[in-house]
Design a protein around this ligand. Structure first.
Ligand SMILES: Nc1ncnc2c1ncn2[C@@H]1O[C@H](COP(=O)(O)OP(=O)(O)OP(=O)(O)O)[C@@H](O)[C@H]1O
Length: 379
């Protein structure tokens, strides 16, 4: 295994073109277009049944597309069997051979490729070191913990140096602490090897922790693609805003290119996503971008240009250690939730009147108000 620095370039390694998969009348993957860059860590994130695994399986060659194209280095993969694609795969269930030692499990892909014994042993030793399993080399899988078994599965997938590693919820069976440890290991491994990784998860924290880019799946389509930071800060639609992190969604009517009516109050808006004037729309504000002031504070601190202010009544505030969340009812009857650093927030008794302020730059406006667009993560 040759170690190299992560040399991500802009040329796509894999291209999905109008990739489609139907099971009878049901469309599991709906004409997806996606370029996967050489060396990147790309995660497919979405709720259960959104088509992530089916897309991954088509890249791996376990599923045949109904239509569309998969290109690897500009050559079609459609008629290439999975074992000839040069793609490694790791699943949630380790599928290790129980009768073989760790060393032999890892060496297995080299054995079936008839790699000479010396070279095989050298590669297995290198990879055992890489995944920190040297001390366990002669154990059988039944003598390993879940995390160690998954490291063997990852080592086995990496040992023959595939160009791409596909991982389908590989850490899903592990407890939270171990999962986080392995996430850190995986990120470092990716940096050291410079391999292209396509990873499937429904866990947004995991996606954020691991990935250079995230593709958000909804009903067989990719509805958001970008770095975790960009998708979180400037979500392209209300679904992405609700899926990645918590959000407040408020109903507004658009009155101008940078203005809207919220209940009976004019507000300034930015990041307007294709909303025609005079239309109803949805305003999204992250809880951490809502600042709460007591009436005394609001009187002392003038409202800065570009900021909006609403009055509200506190329902409850919850102390979470570092942060404090506060649920507030605004004059439209809608509830918003704020989340601020605990030391920077005044004590707020239920029933007290407060003012809420936010920078319009940190809000987004979307055209649709459809409950189905808003995921359960809404604040
Ligand atoms: N062999 C099959 N026959 C019929 N429907 C299928 C088949 N495989 C998958 N599906 C359906 O296709 C849709 C997408 O499935 P897929 O496994 O890709 O979703 P997913 O996003 O990976 O979900 P999960 O996180 O639960 O694995 C689901 O509704 C699923 O029921």
């Amino acid at each position: 295994m040759s170690l190299q620095t992560n040399s991500m370039t802009q040329s796509p390694l894999v291209c999905l073109r109008e990739l489609n998969k139907e099971y009878g009348k049901f469309t599991a993957v709906d004409h997806i277009n996606l370029d996967i860059k050489k060396g990147e860590f790309l995660t497919f994130l979405g709720s259960s049944g959104s088509g992530k695994s089916t897309t991954l399986s088509m890249i791996a060659g376990f599923e045949t597309p109904t239509s569309g194209e998969i290109l690897l280095n500009d050559a079609s993969l459609i008629h290439i069997p999975s074992h000839k694609r040069g793609i490694g795969m790791v699943f949630q269930h380790y599928s290790l051979f129980p009768h073989m030692t760790v060393r032999d499990n890892i060496g297995f892909p080299l054995d079936i490729r008839k790699v000479a014994k010396d070279e095989r042993d050298q590669k297995v030793d290198e990879i055992l070191k890489l995944v920190q399993l040297e001390a366990f080399a002669d154990r059988r899988p039944s003598m390993l913990s879940g995390g160690q078994k998954q490291r063997v599965a990852i080592a086995r997938a990496l040992v023959y140096e595939p160009e791409i590693l596909l991982m389908d919820e590989p850490l899903g069976a592990l407890d939270k602490k171990l999962r986080e440890e392995l996430q850190d290991e995986l990120r470092l491994l990716h940096k050291r090897l410079g391999i292209t990784i396509v990873y499937v998860t429904h866990d947004q924290d995991e996606a954020m922790r691991l990935s250079e880019r995230i593709a958000i799946f909804k009903e067989g389509e990719i509805v958001g693609l970008g770095t975790g930071k960009d998708l979180y800060r400037k979500p392209p639609n209300a679904f992405v805003a609700s899926f990645l992190g918590n959000s407040n969604f408020l109903k507004v009517s658009v009155t101008g290119s940078a203005s809207a009516m919220l209940n009976k109050q004019h507000i300034e808006v930015e990041n307007v996503h294709e909303v025609p004037i005079d239309q109803k729309a949805v305003l999204m504000i992250r809880p951490e971008n809502l600042h709460i002031l007591t009436p005394e504070q609001a009187e002392k601190e003038p409202l800065m240009a570009g900021f909006n202010q609403l009055s509200g009544t506190v329902n409850e505030s919850v102390f979470l250690g570092e942060s404090l969340t506060c649920s507030i009812t605004i004059p439209s009857g809608e509830k918003v939730v704020s989340k601020n650093i605990a030391t920077e927030q005044p004590d707020l008794a239920p029933g007290s009147t407060v003012f809420i302020r936010w920078n319009s730059k940190l809000s987004s406006l979307y055209s649709k108000w459809e409950q189905s667009d808003i995921n359960k993560n809404a604040a």
